[in-house]
Every structure is written in C-alpha cells, then in structure tokens.
Design a protein around this ligand. Structure first.
Ligand code: HEM
Length: 264
C-alpha cells in the first residue's frame, strides 16, 4: 500500500494525488477506508468492530443500529468498569486509598456515560420501531447482560474490602462521618463508594423511565411485568450501612432541631 495521506494536508510529496482541493479529508481519493490497511485500524480492529452490527438490509428497523450501538458500547464501558473495580478492591486491600479513589473516579465517569446512553436511546427510539426490533431479539433481555451481571457480582466485594479496611484501621463508619475532619481519606473513600451506589441506582431509575416511555408500564416483558421487575432493582442498594448512617445522624440531630417554627 502506498502513502495513503493527502499530501496537501501532510506536506509530504505525493505524485499519486490528483485532487489538491481537499475539504477536510485525510486520505487520497480511492484509499480503501475501513479495510484495516492502516495501523489505527489494525490496532483498534475496526473492520471486526464495525462488522458487529447488522447491515441496513439485515435490520428489522432503521433504528436497530441505535439499539445495537447503545447496548454494545454499554457492554464495553461496563468491561472497563469491571477492570477498575478489581483494581479498586486490590488497592483497598493494600491500604492504597488514593489509588482506590483514582479507580473509583473513572468508574463514576463510566457510570455517567451509561446513564446518558439510556437517556439518549429513550429520547430517540420510536415506539413503533422498537416494536419491530423487539420481534428479532429472540428471548434476549437486558437482565442477561454479562457486564451488568459481573458488576452485580463485584459490588459486594467492594463492601467487604471496605469493611476489612475499617477493621484494620480500628474505626467505625460512625466515626468516619462524625469526626470526618480527622479521617478525610476514609471519609472521601466512603463518599466515593456512596457515589458508585447512587450512580448505579440512578442508572436503574433512568432505565426504568426509558422502559416506561418505550414499552409502557403495564406491558408484559419476557421476564414478567417489566416495571415490577425493574422496581425491585431500583430498590437495591449495595452499601446499606453507608445510607443508614445518614438517617441515624439526621434523626439524632433532629432531636435538637425539634421542629420549632422560625422566629420572625
Ligand atoms: C429501547 C430500549 C430498552 C428497552 C425497551 C429495555 C427494556 C428492558 C426491560 C423490559 C427490562 C426488564 C427485564 C425484562 O423483562 O427483560 C430490562 C432490563 C434490563 N435492561 Fe433494558 N431496555 C432497553 C435498553 C437497555 C440498554 C441500552 C441497556 C444497557 C446495557 C439495558 C440493560 C438492561 C439491564 C442491565 C437490565 C436489568 C436491569 C436491572 O436489574 O435493574 N437496557 N430492559
């Protein structure tokens, strides 16, 4: 393969470019874009990646690509999250809290992308088109998502690693929150775990809203009545002790608060 780049852009001399009037393209006309000829494509394996979606002729609906891309990219982000959560557990076990926090920050940002993705598909997929896509899903359900199920298996391990950390440091969750100025590292980690839990919960809530606007709240899905199945998930929290401490401290301070009207 000869020099693929347009010499007008790269400044490299090329006798094979008969079209100097480039308007932003990088390759010389006729270069086989997408056939795995460049290092970029070889490294990213774009020919395989871009062949993992149905062609327009194979698709049940023009919106099936949106459906496939959203799910496939979600699996990839969850794959990255899983790797980072493994690093996080290892870092907590080794008492490397800043390393743990660094992994958690990346996980949070992946979770925000996943929330955006369910919002995106909810805003753009039409009810009628989804009806056509649904017919070609076989018995497939999001509940079978490998990424999601690996994450569900991983979450309790974070709680265990955090509990063991507290035992090693001889400190309780209560102390971390009441005396947070003196335990900033642990307090920040506890709040970051809370963020992970919150963002997971938010994904489920956004996904439930997406389901409500796409197939409705009364429809029967493969796994039963869709909203009932999903409501159970929305109620699930990974770190109940981290939620409880908020109620405990609020109720304790509420005694002093006493609910008296403000004086004018
Ligand atoms: C048109 C878009 C979508 C529809 C209509 C839809 C519908 C549903 C329904 C009805 C359920 C309940 C289980 C069942 O009956 O199958 C479910 C669960 C699930 N879906 Fe979706 N979904 C959509 C998009 C997505 C996307 C983009 C993802 C991203 C990975 C996803 C992942 C999941 C997961 C992980 C569950 C289990 C949820 C939980 O345990 O809380 N879904 N989906």
């Amino acid at each position: 393969m000869g020099e693929p780049f347009d010499s007008e852009l790269t400044g490299k001399s090329s006798t094979s470019n008969p079209h100097p009037d480039v308007t932003g393209r990088y390759y010389i006309p006729g270069f086989p874009i997408g056939e795995g000829k460049t290092d970029y494509e070889k490294y990213l394996r774009t020919p395989e990646l871009l062949s993992l979606q149905k062609t327009p002729a194979e698709s049940a609906s023009p919106e099936e690509l949106l459906f496939q891309v959203t799910h496939q990219t979600s699996e990839l982000w969850m794959k990255l999250m899983l790797q980072e959560l493994k690093h996080l557990v290892q870092a907590m076990n080794e008492d490397k809290l800043w390393v743990a926090l660094r992994s958690l920050r990346l996980v949070h940002d992946c979770q925000r992308i996943l929330i955006q993705q369910v919002d995106l598909i909810g805003s753009h997929i039409s009810i009628v088109e989804y009806g056509k896509i649904r017919l070609v899903l076989g018995q497939g359900s999001g509940m079978e998502s490998p990424g999601f199920n690996w994450l569900l298996e991983m979450a309790p391990k974070l709680g265990e690693a955090f509990d063991q950390l507290l035992v090693r440091r001889q400190i309780s969750i209560r102390q971390i929150y009441t005396d947070y100025h003196n335990h900033l590292e642990l307090h920040t980690l506890a709040e970051a775990l809370m963020d992970f839990d919150d963002l997971f919960h938010k994904w489920r809530a956004h996904h439930m809203a997406l389901v409500a606007r796409t197939i409705g709240t009364e429809s029967h899905s493969l796994k039963g009545l869709a909203t009932q199945v999903l409501q159970k998930g929305v109620k699930t929290r990974f770190f109940p002790e981290l939620l409880e401490i908020r109620s405990t401290l609020t109720n304790e301070s509420g005694v002093a608060y006493g609910g008296q009207p403000l004086s004018s």
